[in-house]
Design a protein. Structure first.
Length: 350
């Protein structure tokens, strides 16, 4: 019986992608090192702080994961997120009405999806590079937000969402440790994203498009329609992330979020998503986000300046992309060797 359980456990471990196992090992090693350097690090307070700081990047990382799997790069998600969240809060406060949390969420999602559709139409219809398009729309969205919608800091949120900012799933008063209730909707999004990628035709299409866009088109996937749908989905998820940021921060600032794209993209790449497209997982992305937040939290506890924290994340991104490039080269060399050593056609004829 015990041998059978051990065999099943070993088989389950072997099914886990190697990149995710390595990432989990790095996280464990980093936690051990930090506990040795600072025993106070190993506490419920630190755990809850890392989880809380991971909520918004986690939502954004899911949106970025979809795009990277499809073979693109999106840097406009943060601008879409704050545009949708700030516009929704501004209209509710200036209009003097509170549509409730579902009304606010729906309104933010509509705005985010509409902005995402702009990206999708331009990319799909004109077949332009995703990085260039989203870099351009990032500036456009932020400029429109500040010039035509509002640039003022909003400290008073509608009552329906201000209550969520102080609602906790777990509260430990003795250590002042709080786990916000917003962990639950983020968990639902993570599970939903995993099911979307693994169980739906749309998810399979994203992997196919990332592997070979023309090949996916020839295989019968409606590539143009799926690209538009992809960026609408990204805009929708980004709007949820922006709204979470506003709720957790207990204010709406149109200057927020834009500039945090590096941390999110680095987390997705470190999680095993190929920058060349066609590969990635929700589990790896979750681990990547936790690693980046763990590093930021560790450096903060050690008194390292914020500028060096950004440098550390940038270095991690370079390492992640470098490892992917080396892996791709090795795979290409193995393919070349196999082809080169194949039996010549003349020898077969002879």
């Amino acid at each position: 019986m015990n041998d059978s359980l051990s065999a099943r456990a070993l088989a389950a471990v072997r099914r886990i992608p190697r990149s995710e196992l390595v990432l989990a090992a790095i996280i464990v090693a980093l936690v051990i090192v930090m506990c040795v350097l600072s025993p106070a690090f190993f506490s419920v307070h630190t755990l809850f702080s890392i989880l809380r700081s991971s909520l918004v990047p986690m939502v954004f990382a899911l949106a970025v994961l979809f795009v990277i799997i499809s073979g693109g790069i999106d840097v406009s998600f943060a601008a879409i997120g704050i545009f949708a969240a700030y516009t929704t809060v501004l209209m509710a406060t200036q209009g003097g009405f509170d549509p409730g949390i579902l009304g606010i969420l729906l309104f933010a999602i509509v705005i985010g999806g509409s902005l995402g559709l702009v990206n999708g139409v331009v990319i799909a219809r004109f077949r332009l590079p995703t990085l260039i398009v989203t870099l351009a729309t990032q500036g456009i969205f932020k400029g429109v937000l500040l010039a035509y919608i509002g640039s003022k800091y909003i400290a008073e949120l509608p009552s329906s969402i201000s209550g969520l900012s102080t609602a906790n799933l777990i509260s430990i008063e003795s250590s002042r440790s709080y786990l916000p209730v917003l962990v639950l909707p983020v968990l639902v999004l993570v599970i939903g994203a995993s099911l979307l990628l693994r169980k739906t035709m749309f998810g399979r299409a994203l992997f196919a498009m990332g592997g070979d866009l023309e090949g996916a088109r020839r295989a019968g996937f409606p590539v143009m329609r799926y690209q538009m749908l992809l960026y609408v989905l990204v805009g929708t998820v980004a709007a949820v992330g922006g709204l979470l940021h506003v709720i957790l921060g207990r204010n709406a600032n149109p200057q927020d979020l834009v500039g945090t794209e590096l941390d999110v993209i680095a987390a997705v790449v470190l999680g095993g998503a190929s920058i060349f497209g066609g590969r990635g997982s929700v589990t790896g992305t979750v681990l990547g986000v936790l690693l980046v937040q763990l590093i930021n939290n560790s450096l903060l506890m050690m008194g390292v300046p914020t500028a060096w924290q950004r440098a550390a994340v940038g270095a991690l991104l370079v390492v992640g992309v470098g490892v992917q490039a080396l892996t791709a080269r090795r795979a290409a060399r193995k393919t070349f060797v196999v082809v080169d050593t194949a039996t010549p056609l003349d020898a077969v004829k002879g």
